[in-house]
Write a protein that binds this ligand. Structure first.
Ligand code: MUC
Ligand code: MG
Length: 375
């Protein structure tokens, strides 16, 4: 019957720019708006699935920009999928890999839309298609990244008082190491006993800087240091880890499952940040997670400041992980001045909640999509 015709009929991609509530500063970039590519896949049965590719400050956090993502979806990924039954997720991945090297954020957005469309057709959440949920919510941290420590303390106090977040990730590397350590000392003092802190250097430090700074981070009770060294320096990460009382998290050095295996073999990380934009889709995210699990490396639900569309997709994949030792950071919907969905994700009691409902669990708001679409 017609309802069962899951053939992929069309793929539409739209670039959107959504303002953030404040400037967000990382070591290598700074943004006041988040740019995404929203992908809508229509099936022969009429069902429409949605996915999102997030970027951060153009092609700076990784090599993909929204302009390149849209161009490669329209010219290469979409034509490769036409007519394929949308529930052949693995085959869709193979076709996209044959059509384009890497382009992981683009592939992730398309694959998310397939899971959403199939889930909406069958009345099942994407988590069910991935093995089923073992959790309905995930602890969620907030990132402090204005660089102005007074503002950051006030922001953290507001998040604590609202019971939204009680763990904070501090972005370092835009300032000198000494200025960042002074900033961290003030933050740790202000929040002592009431909040947990982790630190993300986004590749900004070299090995000697990391070795010099990490004892101070340990003294301040910092729980985790994320990607202190450049992504290429896996041996350096292993040497720093061997000397550090603070556990190390791999972010930009782990895109593929092969890279996860290399990091594990080098004993270069205690934890890994899982992101759709890096791994190229929900299935690949779960494969990277499996390699990490096999090596005893802890899992963390990473983000690239996604809207509720991208965050919901991540939650569908995170929901099925048996252990998610480090929680997640999908605060993205909260840093935008507006969202792209009819009902934004629920943040409550320091957790973000898996949305109920089929597919990825959210409904795109077409007025908002039009309103924020780049002209
Ligand atoms: C990153 O490197 O982790 C995630 C949260 C945030 O503030 O920046 C991103 C990217
Ligand atoms: Mg990071």
């Amino acid at each position: 019957d017609l309802r069962r015709d899951l053939s992929i009929a069309s793929v539409r991609s739209t670039i959107v720019d959504v303002p953030t509530v404040r400037r967000h500063k990382l070591s290598q970039t700074s943004v006041t708006a988040q740019s995404y590519v929203i992908v809508e896949v229509r099936l022969a049965n009429g069902a429409v699935g949605v996915g999102e590719a997030a970027t951060l400050g153009g092609p700076r956090w990784s090599e993909e920009s929204v302009e390149a993502i849209k161009a490669n979806i329209d010219a290469y990924l979409a034509p490769a999928l036409e007519g394929l039954p949308a529930d052949r997720f693995e085959a869709a991945g193979a076709r996209m890999d044959a059509a384009a090297k890497r382009n992981n954020a683009a592939k992730a957005a398309v694959e998310t839309a397939l899971f959403d469309a199939v889930g909406k057709t069958l009345g099942l959440p994407a988590s069910a298609l991935l093995g089923g949920a073992v959790r309905e919510s995930v602890p969620v941290l907030w990132t402090l990244a204005s660089g102005d420590v007074g503002q950051e303390i006030e922001e953290a106090e507001n998040k604590l008082a609202a019971r939204l977040h009680d763990t904070f990730k501090v972005k370092v590397g835009a300032l000198s190491p000494e200025a960042d350590l002074a900033r961290l000392r003030r933050l740790a003092g202000a929040l002592e006993g009431r909040a947990g802190l982790i630190v993300d250097a986004n590749q900004a430090w070299d090995e000697t800087t990391a070795v010099r700074c990490l004892p101070v981070l340990a003294e301040l009770g910092v729980r985790l240091i994320e990607q202190p060294l450049p992504a290429w320096n896996i041996p350096g990460m292993a040497r720093v880890r061997a000397r550090s009382a603070v556990p190390l998290m791999a972010d930009e050095c782990v895109f593929s499952a092969h890279e996860m295996l290399a990091v594990a073999q080098a004993a270069a990380a205690d934890a890994v940040s899982l992101k759709l934009v890096k791994h190229g889709g929900l299935l690949n995210l779960r494969k990277v997670a499996a390699v990490a699990e096999a090596a005893g490396i802890g899992l963390y639900g990473g983000c690239l400041l996604e809207s509720s569309v991208g965050a919901a997709a991540h939650l569908q994949a995170f929901a099925g992980l048996r252990e998610l030792a480090w929680g997640c950071e999908h605060f993205g919907p909260q840093i935008l001045t507006d969202d792209l969905v009819q009902e934004p994700l629920r943040f409550e009691d320091f957790h973000v909640h898996l949305p109920a409902g089929p597919g990825i669990g959210i409904t795109l708001d077409q007025d908002k999509l039009r309103g924020y679409a780049r002209r």
